[in-house]
Design a protein around this ligand. Structure first.
Ligand SMILES: O=C(CO)COP(=O)(O)O
Length: 251
């Protein structure tokens, strides 16, 4: 059985009630399918204000909690920012850094992403470094260059043996319903894995119907899932379908 990472990025969605419902539905889903969580690292990334509620509801389900962003500074006079030490204290294990929505909507550079990632490592959090090319860059044949550059700058000065995860999220596949083909995703994830040797996830329109093909590729260690992570049944159907296909493949 392949170990996989099933990460759900809620982005700016959900509520206190939705968080509770998600936990209740998750508990029901797994009580009907004992064993399905084996060899799976599951993490939900809610908006900051829902983190305490998520930690309270998810911890005994074996689901960890992460944050979608963190400050490049420690505690201090930085209005609107949240320090990694606070996220750690709140019970987070992972922090997404460099999501394309932050790079493109909020203008975050690879240098800033790197500072955030280093700050997370210092606080004992595991950064999930997102990299991905735009459609324009892909059409210009620049995917490899863009990914290599984001990766090199993103992990600059990481201490040897630092624990982190990379998520390959082609910008043109995010929220479009058009996932990368398993071949293309595998190619880019292989490139990443050859250079950094950490878990590499694929993100961009992952859903129950395409997860098995994507996650069965040798260089893809799971998914960072947006839209399909908002409902527990959809999210865990991704895992269920992958494990069913995996089982079929060995029979
Ligand atoms: O951006 C993503 C996860 O971080 C992917 O979002 P979708 O799964 O909605 O395409």
């Amino acid at each position: 059985m392949k170990k996989i990472f099933l990460f759900g990025n809620w982005k700016m969605n959900q509520s206190l009630r939705a968080t509770e419902n998600f936990a209740a539905e998750s508990a029901a889903f797994f009580s009907e399918r004992p064993g399905l969580k084996a060899e799976t690292e599951i993490c939900i990334f809610p908006p900051f204000v829902l983190i305490p509620e998520a930690v309270k509801n998810f911890t005994n389900l074996g689901v960890t909690v992460g944050a979608q962003n963190a400050s490049d500074h420690g505690e201090g006079a930085y209005t609107g920012e949240v320090a990694p030490s606070m996220l750690k204290e709140a019970g987070c294990r992972y922090v997404i850094v460099g999501h394309s929505e932050r790079r493109h909507i909020y203008g975050e550079s690879s240098e800033l992403v790197n500072k955030k990632a280093l700050n997370c490592l210092t606080s004992g959090l595991i950064p999930v470094l997102c990299v991905g090319e735009t459609l324009e860059e892909r059409d210009a044949g620049r995917t490899t260059d863009v990914i290599s550059d984001q990766l090199r700058k993103g992990v600059k000065d990481f201490p040897a043996g630092a624990a982190y995860v990379v998520a390959y999220e082609p910008v043109w596949a995010i929220g479009t319903g058009r996932a990368a083909s398993a071949e293309d995703a595998e190619k880019v994830c292989r490139l990443i894995k050859d250079s950094v040797r950490v878990p590499v996830l694929y993100g961009g329109s992952v859903k129950p119907s395409n997860a098995a093909e994507l996650f069965s590729r040798p260089s893809i260690d799971g998914g960072l899932i947006g839209g399909a992570s908002l409902k527990a049944r959809d999210f865990f159907a991704i895992l269920k379908n992958f494990r069913a296909a995996e089982l079929e493949a060995v029979l």
